[in-house]
Design a protein around this ligand. Structure first.
Ligand SMILES: Nc1ncnc2c1ncn2[C@@H]1O[C@H](COP(=O)(O)OP(=O)(O)OP(=O)(O)O)[C@@H](O)[C@H]1O
Length: 824
């Protein structure tokens, strides 16, 4: 916020300015001024075009209000009568016309300054530069930032701040804010915050038309505003065209908002105030608060993009698109002006047809003091564009604006907010200052308290010292008294010694009594102490005992834990062994099945062969077969099934249930002992007898490779006893590790497994024997068999014998394996 204190001289106001400062709000027509500025010819124009030399088409008549535009200006000037009729010549009257040589300063002073400064009184104002491309709009609005070529914007900024600092009213306070935006291709963007684009234009009662999200920058000096403008200019869309090397391709609007706050002054006696001073009633509200006046003025400094004829500028591609957009928005502007100046009943004003007209709604026919500066070029090539610009400006002349002071009594006004904030901060500062004072006082008080404490301590120490001295003195005094007493008593006894005194019976008795008393006291005390000591000793012993007990318990716990661990490990091992045994058992079953199948096929082959032998009248030597089969042929002893019984074909892989197998496990192969096989329908058949048993078929699985049951080393003292063939054993050591239930369970499982194995062995034996017997029978009686089968070839009988021998070896090996696994 700017206070008013400076040595700057107040800005001089142009006497022939377009606005009369004293005229207040002025008439509606006074609030919209149109001026024309003709720029000097450019070098390019002076060189002429083609064969035609440069020709000036514009002239300003004296009085600076009329402009003549003619295709043959010289003829007009020379007043060649009818010749002028041959050429197009136009005369327009405006609020002011500036010729080619008019300096920037004059344009500003006459056409802009009053408008600009009116914002300090709370008016809205606008200066709009309109014209064909390359005619000097940007030059007029911006120009140079320094020197005589400074345009309207830099001069405006200077004047605003000069005015503020020269305001004679000491209670006036100002807040100046600035924004800078562009409309490029119908998109509104913030030139001071490039990331903010596609901004929306809104309107409300308090702010009028405004751009939502547009950044506003509080500025306190012209330099700050220049900084913003330069930043914005660097981002503004420009491009080189045929008519202008640096052509603005966007409409740019520099916004300056000034809030002015004035506080009424107290009246003095000289003012005629009652009681010789105080506030006027009008200056104070109902709550006794002084009413401040806040005025808000907004200035739009608009540099439009230039209209252009595309065939003249030769725009293509992106430039062409830009041109179309520029022309479209300028055409919308023309439509708005046409609607505003329509003499008929006020018709609809198409502000919303383009972003530009929407944004300039206040400036065109609204609450605003507006100056439109129409720029034209003087050359003959620009004649048509100059004519259309002058016609446009001439129409705009009729726009009527209703400007009024924007006095804001709304508490939301920024200036008020700042004031409130300032007040709050001042209060805060005062409060904190008070706090600082309070804290200092507290520190002093604390210091004093500490000192007092130290003093008190010193006083106490001194007192204690004095008490000790007093006691010492008292002791000494007492000792002295005793001494005197003793001396006196000696005196009383007439100078006799103490030994003499003790010889007096009464004294002796008294001394004895006293001595006894002392003795009793000390004896009692010693006794009590002794009792206490004994008590303590007893406690100590007890504690010791507890300690020992606890140590023992800990050792026991450790031992038990170790044993438990050991037992767990052993159980795991046993479990693993049982698993391995299971696998091995399944392997044996598989082997058994395989061999059984092989035997069947061999038997079939033998049967077929025997039939062939009969046909050839030659049989196998039974003795040779007998010797090849060895024990197998001998042990079957004619007990097997009759030839052709086809028993083997009925065999399937089998297993015996533990319960059922138990009965079969009691003996090996032999008469009277059951030999169980399963028939295809699942019935168990005892190969030794006809009765059926309760057994169930089980599927064989893959055999385990190198399993051997694990057996513990034999016990040295003979206490450990073998529990079975599966390696489970028990003894005193294990008994303390595995529970009896678990051991019994394991033992039962081992027993069952052994029985199963034994049963399997028996089955294998019996099956082999049955089949061999069948084969032998067929081979040794080839004729009978041949007769039964219709004859056959016996040429491969020796081969058959060889295979049988091999089979026998295999079977033997399997049996051995079963046997060895059983015995470990
Ligand atoms: N009054 C003047 N005095 C001297 N030179 C001028 C004047 N007006 C314009 N010029 C020069 O004319 C050229 C074009 O001016 P300027 O760029 O301001 O035109 P413009 O109307 O803004 O163009 P556009 O619409 O393409 O942006 C510039 O080189 C500028 O310096």
């Amino acid at each position: 916020m700017l206070g008013v204190s400076s040595n700057y001289p107040p800005p001089p106001l142009e006497e022939d300015g377009l606005y009369n400062q004293a005229s207040g709000e002025g008439s509606a027509s006074e609030n919209f001024k149109v001026v024309v500025r003709i720029r000097p010819p450019l070098r390019r124009e002076l060189q002429g075009s083609g064969l035609r030399a440069y020709q000036c088409t514009t002239a300003v008549e004296s009085g600076d209000r009329n402009v003549i535009l003619s295709e043959n200006l010289q003829a007009v000037i020379n007043q060649h009568g009818g010749i002028t009729d041959l050429y197009n010549t136009y005369r327009f009257t405006f609020d002011c016309v500036y010729d080619q040589q008019c300096p920037q300063e004059r344009v500003y002073r006459q056409s802009a300054q009053q408008v600009v400064l009116s914002i300090l009184q709370g008016y809205n104002a606008a200066i709009i530069a309109y014209g064909q491309t390359g005619t000097g709009k940007t030059y007029t609005m911006e120009g140079a930032m320094e020197g005589p070529d400074r345009g309207i914007i830099p001069r405006t900024v200077e004047d605003i701040f000069t005015f503020i600092v020269n305001d004679p009213e000491p209670s006036s306070k100002y807040l100046v804010r600035s924004s800078y935006l562009q409309i490029y291709n119908e998109v509104v963007s913030d030139l001071l915050k490039p990331e903010r684009s596609s901004l929306a234009i809104r309107e409300d009662r308090r702010r009028g038309v405004f751009v939502e999200g547009l950044s506003e920058w509080v500025v306190r000096s012209p330099a700050e505003v220049y900084g913003l403008i330069q930043r914005g200019q660097s981002l503004r869309a420009t491009g080189a065209t045929k008519l202008n090397e640096v052509s603005s391709r966007s409409h740019a609007v520099c916004v300056i908002i000034v809030e002015k706050c004035t506080t009424p002054q107290q009246q003095t006696a000289a003012d005629g105030g009652e009681g010789g001073g105080g506030w006027r009633a009008a200056d104070v509200d109902a709550s006794g608060q002084i009413i401040q006046s806040i005025k808000v003025g907004k200035l739009n400094l608009v540099d439009l993009a230039g209209s252009e004829r595309v065939h003249v500028t030769g725009a293509v591609g992106r430039r062409l698109e830009e041109s179309k957009k520029i022309n479209a928005s300028l055409s919308a502007l023309g439509n708005v002006i046409a609607a505003l100046t329509d003499r008929r009943e006020r018709s609809h004003i198409p502000y919303r047809d383009s972003k530009l007209t929407r944004l300039l709604e206040d400036s065109l026919g609204g609450n605003c003091r507006t100056t439109m500066i129409a720029t034209i070029a003087p050359s003959l090539e620009a004649f048509q564009e100059s004519l259309s610009t002058l016609k446009f400006a001439n129409r705009a002349k009729n726009i009527q604006n209703e400007a009024h002071v924007n006095e804001d009594v709304d508490q939301r006004t920024l200036l008020r907010k700042y004031e409130r904030e300032l007040r709050r901060l001042r209060d805060e500062l005062a409060r904190r200052s008070r706090n600082v004072v309070d804290k200092r006082a507290l520190l002093v008080a604390e210091e004093q308290a500490k000192r007092a404490e130290a003093d008190k301590l010193a006083a106490l120490t001194a007192l204690q010292e004095r008490s000790r001295e007093f006691l010492r003195e008292k002791e000494e005094k007492r000792a002295l008294e005793l001494k005197i007493q003793a001396m006196q008593s000696q005196l009383l006894s007439g100078g006799g010694s103490s030994a003499v005194l003790t010889e007096v019976p009464a004294v002796r008795a008294m001394v004895q009594r006293e001595a006894n008393k002392v003795k009793e006291y000390y004896e009692a005390r010693i006794r009590a102490l002794e009792a206490e000591r004994q008590d303590a000793e007893g406690h100590a012993a007890e504690v010791d005992r507890y300690k020992q007990l606890l140590l023992k318990q800990r050792d026991i716990m450790i031992a038990l834990t170790a044993r438990l661990n050991e037992r767990d490990e052993r159980i795991t091992n046993l479990q693993e062994e049982l698993d391995a045994y299971d696998r091995y058992q399944r392997q044996l079953e598989d082997q058994l099945d395989a061999k059984t199948a092989e035997l069947i096929s061999l038997r079939k082959a033998a049967v077929e062969h025997a039939s062939g032998g009969a046909a050839g009248s030659r049989g196998v030597d039974p003795m040779a077969l007998q010797s090849a089969l060895g024990d197998w042929s001998l042990s079957q002893g004619g007990r097997g099934p009759a030839p052709g019984e086809q028993l083997a074909e009925m065999l399937v892989p089998l297993s015996i249930r533990p319960g059922a197998a138990a009965s079969a496990a009691g003996g090996g192969v032999g008469p009277g002992r059951p030999q169980l096989v399963y028939t295809a329908d699942g019935t168990a058949v005892d190969l030794q007898g006809p009765e059926s048993l309760d057994v169930t078929p089980r599927r064989a699985t893959a055999p385990a490779a190198n399993w051997r049951p694990h057996l513990p080393p034999p016990a040295q003292d003979g206490t450990a006893a073998a529990a079975g063939t599966n390696g489970v054993h028990t003894g005193q050591t294990e008994a303390s590790v595995a529970s009896p239930g678990e051991v019994a369970e394991l033992r039962a499982a081992a027993l069952t497994a052994a029985k199963e194995r034994s049963a399997l062995q028996q089955i294998l034996d019996s099956k082999v024997r049955v089949m061999l017997a069948d084969i032998i029978k067929q081979v040794s009686d080839p004729h009978a068999h041949a007769a039964a089968n219709g004859g056959g070839d016996t040429a491969s009988q020796p081969q058959l014998l060889g295979r049988l021998a091999a089979l026998e070896q295999l079977v033997l090996r399997v049996s051995e394996a079963i046997g060895s696994s059983g015995t470990g």
